[in-house]
Design a binder for this molecule. Structure first.
Ligand SMILES: Nc1ncnc2c1ncn2[C@@H]1O[C@H](COP(=O)(O)OP(=O)(O)OP(=O)(O)O)[C@@H](O)[C@H]1O
Length: 323
């Protein structure tokens, strides 16, 4: 509890804005891990051979921006191929690039296409373009009701868990799973994990605890705020964030608050650590309610792992509709 108190004191000036009625993109405070410089990074070159420099690309529009930088839709002039280009200013995103470079291709993770070192301290991260935008935007557009059906969510659960399985078997923790970081391919309606800005590789050492104290406060699990009370399992934090995200796209609002309600980050951290986790309303199916409970156990021993969840009856529903 002392650590939680210390972290809360450190963050007293933070203000969290959560999803609210005017449906603007939620701007949520983030905690960043300590950055480190990896000498191997300079060896990672552009993997998409044709795109050698920024001049090869034409900026078409701004797709979004966040604490990590601005993301543009760009067109490769020679081939007309479309990409997303994340331009990071002020500080080399070594950690993000290292993670992206070490994740092999997966149909459930936004593809990494290379690095463009630019002038004036800017770095461009070239990514697969996801034409359907993020899950939180889709939900805002769906029938005006802000929610997705259970069948759609089961399919998304299968896809995101498959992506997390790919990461976790490589000892990578995403640390920032939330609807805004789950991107959609419009043609297939497949969902892929994006934004490795605070992700990290864990080694099983004590350092892991501080490395994974990163991400968007609202989606952080109790043990990431207060490992002394709740224990430490870096991978389990991604499961909690996924459960909360899938619950949000079903009920249409951030589960710890009422629709339209806002909260200070300190109040929210206390709520997450001290109160019972949220659960789905009774009209949700038994399978779905059980799946969310399995993701949102505060007790780490009871929270299911990604590999267990991949065989949960709710996820098996999504797996069969995915094939
Ligand atoms: N591959 C992509 N294809 C299409 N749009 C993308 C892609 N990557 C990012 N975006 C858009 O850009 C926005 C910001 O991207 P990203 O989340 O990577 O940046 P960030 O600075 O880390 O954001 P945040 O601080 O909110 O996590 C996303 O919410 C999304 O709308």
């Amino acid at each position: 509890m002392a650590l939680l108190q210390k972290r809360l004191n450190l963050k007293l000036d933070l203000h969290i804005e959560l999803p609210h009625d005017d449906q603007t993109l939620p701007k949520i405070d983030k905690i960043f891990p300590t950055r480190f410089t990896n000498p191997l990074i300079t060896n990672i070159s552009t993997t998409t051979q044709q795109v050698a420099c920024k001049a090869d690309l034409e900026k078409l529009q701004v797709l979004g921006s966040g604490s990590g930088g601005i993301v543009y839709k760009v067109r490769h002039k020679k081939t007309s191929a479309i990409y997303a280009l994340k331009v990071v200013r002020g500080g080399h995103p070594d950690q993000e690039i290292e993670i992206l470079g070490s994740v092999d291709q997966s149909p459930f993770i936004v593809g990494f296409r290379g690095i463009l070192e630019e002038q004036f301290g800017e770095v461009g991260i070239l990514l697969e373009y996801m034409d359907g935008g993020s899950l939180d935007n889709l939900v805002k557009k769906t029938n005006g009701s802000n929610t997705l059906s259970e069948e759609t969510i089961a399919r998304i659960a299968f896809q995101v868990l498959s992506g997390l399985d790919h990461l976790h078997t490589r000892k990578i923790v995403h640390c920032d799973i939330k609807p805004a970081n789950l991107m959609i391919d419009k043609t297939t309606m497949n969902v892929k994990i994006a934004d490795f800005g605070v992700s990290c590789k864990v080694t099983g050492s004590e350092e892991d605890q501080s490395k994974t104290y990163a991400g968007t406060c609202a989606y952080m699990s109790p043990e990431r705020f207060d490992p002394y009370t709740y224990g430490c399992n870096p991978f389990a934090g991604d499961v909690w964030s996924l459960g909360l995200s899938l619950m949000e796209v079903f009920i249409g609002y951030y589960p710890y608050l009422k629709p339209g309600q806002k909260a200070e980050s300190t109040a929210l951290m206390f709520e997450i650590c001290m109160e019972e986790p949220p659960s789905l309303p009774n009209h949700a199916s038994e399978d779905f309610r059980n799946f969310i409970n399995c993701c949102l156990h505060k007790d780490l021993a009871k929270r299911w792992s990604v590999s267990q969840l991949l065989f949960h009856p709710f996820v098996l529903r999504g797996r069969s509709s995915n094939s």
